[in-house]
Write a protein of this length. Sequence first.
Length: 409
Amino acid sequence: MYTPGLRLGHRSPFRTEHWLCLVLFFVSGFVTCRTVEERSLSTLGTDDLHALVALGDPEKSLKTSDLSSHLSKILIPRPVGSENNTIVRQYIISTLKKAKWHVEEDTFKDNTPYGEKSFTNIIATWDPTASRKVIMAAHHDSKYFSTYPANQFVGATDSAAPCAMLLDLAEMLSPLLEQRKKRIDDGIEDEDDHPAGGTTLQLVFFDGEEAFKDWTATDSIYGARHLAEKWASTYPDPNHQKRRLRAPQTIIQTIDHFILLDLLGAVEPLVRSWYPPTAWLFDGLVSAETRLGEGGFFDEPDKEKWVSWSSFFEPRTAFHQQYAYGSIEDDHLPFLRRGVSVLHVISNPFPKVWHTLKDDASALDLSTMKRWNLIFRVFMVEYLGLKVEKASGQQAPRSTGHDGSDLPS
């Protein structure tokens, strides 16, 4: 990813110089989004939060000390076209298939500063016949460097950790999605019972996000550019509900929201709302974090660790809610430019280790990543309106007594 405009003064040991920049565009209508109608997200009660957390250890997939964890499997140099890139891709695919997701590989070739290369995006969909989709995405490649030791770059925050978080989400939501399908098949529940009843979750792992040399319009976000263009000119399969119910729309027009994760996993991230049309989704993340924190779910009773926490999210002002658009060049842009509503979950300022060898396991904070896992679980369950089966014998976590006074309003 790249931030055009204002130099923030960062020098990389891998290049003579690069630019970290940020531009805020204060003109309403800088982009034209196909705005999906704002709605109230369902809100999980305390018992449901307990049940959701109990579905699986939110740290298990993220422990770099465990060589079998999702993060450990991804945390290797994996630039485009490398053997490691294939190894990571195959691991992601096998994990998703094991969790009963429908997986596609989108393979294509494109010209790069080093000649033609092959790229493969991974697209995992829970219900390929659903009429609508909400996408959560990250890139699975790591940045290419031509010489040693720079070529040992593993991109822990960029974006091994976000990929591991998406795998955790896929595994944790699978039983809930399966239970909803069964209730619908049995006539106990109807898709129309919830605004997102006809919406499926789709996970996209992009290849080729990183520039091979300097970030340009043609040397960056290869996978995202290809997939957005492909979906903008491709129609759903004839058995797709969208084709049965309404006039034909391209695949990209079936996307309700595109949620991109990047540069997550380091301690004390700061995430802002970049686009007014999705500010209400940003608020949904904030709400999930607030309730989890105030409920003591960030605590670690087994370690006798009671967490005093502050929000990951930058407060929104009335001005930002209505007018301010931000831009960090990343995988979301080809979709945004085609009218898709985007929520960009990226830490800004970027982690200090960005594009350096120090963006390794030591740059990650397990408690921070655990929080992200919990926030994404709650947010997506509430977005999709899923029901959480309560397990017996669950113990309520100790409340921290946090009053939420420092949280975004």
